[in-house]
Design a protein around this ligand. Structure first.
Ligand SMILES: NC(=O)c1ccc[n+]([C@@H]2O[C@H](COP(=O)([O-])OP(=O)(O)OC[C@H]3O[C@@H](n4cnc5c(N)ncnc54)[C@H](OP(=O)(O)O)[C@@H]3O)[C@@H](O)[C@H]2O)c1
Length: 282
């Protein structure tokens, strides 16, 4: 793996899911890790795991949708480790209550998803960049996007739009901050089951659904949180010194718009049912 010894890395949403995998990969490479998120229990659990790997790590309860909370995260990191070398904007998602076709989408569903995934990813990146400029020796910012950022994203269109925005801002920030030595990249995962999505009632809880998704992946498996962590460790490392402004797809080769195809299937069935009902009525 890459050598991150001596580097301090902040991972937002680092206590669960992909964020935990990123925190673990960074710790395995020798980094000190600041794990941030709203719920304290998963943060403490992650810290225990990182310390068992021999890493220094702290948990900082943080709501990334608050400027004050972001500022407090920066200060807590500096107080413990003295610098920020890499900042991973991983906190993000779309809840079940925010899923639906664009025609029915309301303002609240738009705001909550776009704010978390786009607006606050930007302001967290800006806070990290300002600190890196002050430090005077650059750093690495990694934004977690999604395969959905560059494909049609039926039923969570606002999430796809937010992630597309993240990729655009990644490229612009890389252009504006490169002369400070700050690299800005995005990582766009394909489908990665997590504790939450695999739990009963979660979006990946049904084996039949997982099997359907696997069938669309050239590498014949879904992603793991460590697959995403490994690419982030590269982007944090000095080996990535000339890599900036990029969005790296980490999808097992599944650039096929699976969600789109599934949705088109659903529409075809719906239209056929409507036609049949119309025929019977007529
Ligand atoms: N899993 C996938 O298949 C997949 C695919 C493509 C992209 N992604 C992206 O990968 C990232 C992680 O996704 P995941 O699947 O691991 O999600 P997850 O299991 O739902 O975890 C989300 C993480 O973000 C944190 N978080 C949410 N809102 C927050 C807030 N306001 N302030 C601070 N932390 C917050 C959560 O912690 P708390 O709730 O404790 O705050 C949690 O640690 C997201 O950006 C997601 O869009 C995931």
């Amino acid at each position: 793996m890459f050598d991150l010894t001596g580097k301090t890395i902040v991972v937002t949403g680092g206590g669960r899911g992909i964020g935990r995998g990123i925190s673990r990969s960074m710790a395995k490479c020798g980094a000190s890790v600041v794990v941030a998120g709203r719920s304290e229990a998963p943060l403490l659990d992650t810290i225990a795991e990182l310390e068992a790997l021999g890493a220094r790590a702290i948990a900082v309860p943080t709501d990334i949708t608050s400027s004050d909370s972001i500022a407090a995260l920066v200060q807590a990191t500096l107080a413990e480790f003295g610098s920020i070398d890499c900042w991973v904007n991983n906190a993000g998602s779309a809840n079940a209550s925010d899923v639906g076709p664009l025609i029915d989408l309301d303002e609240a569903q738009w705001d909550v998803v776009v704010d978390l995934n786009l607006k606050w990813t930007f302001f967290a990146a800006q806070a990290a960049a300002r600190q890196m400029v002050t430090q005077g020796y650059g750093g690495s910012i990694i934004n977690i996007s999604s395969r959905s950022g560059s494909q049609p994203c039926p039923m969570t269109g606002q999430y796809g739009a937010a992630k597309a925005g993240v990729e655009s801002l990644t490229a612009t920030a890389a252009a504006e901050w490169g002369h400070h030595g700050i690299r800005v990249n995005a990582v766009a995962p394909g489908l990665v089951p997590t504790e939450e999505s695999l739990a009963p009632g979660g979006s990946m809880s049904k084996p039949s659904r997982r099997a359907r998704q696997v069938a669309s992946v050239p590498m014949r498996r879904l992603g793991t949180v460590d697959d995403i962590g490994a690419v982030c460790a590269f982007l944090a490392s000095d080996e990535a010194a000339w890599t900036t402004g990029e969005t790296i797809q980490v999808t097992g080769g599944s650039r096929i718009p699976v969600g789109y195809l599934t949705y088109m299937h659903h529409i075809t069935e719906q239209l056929a049912a409507e036609q049949e009902a119309g025929g019977h009525n007529g």
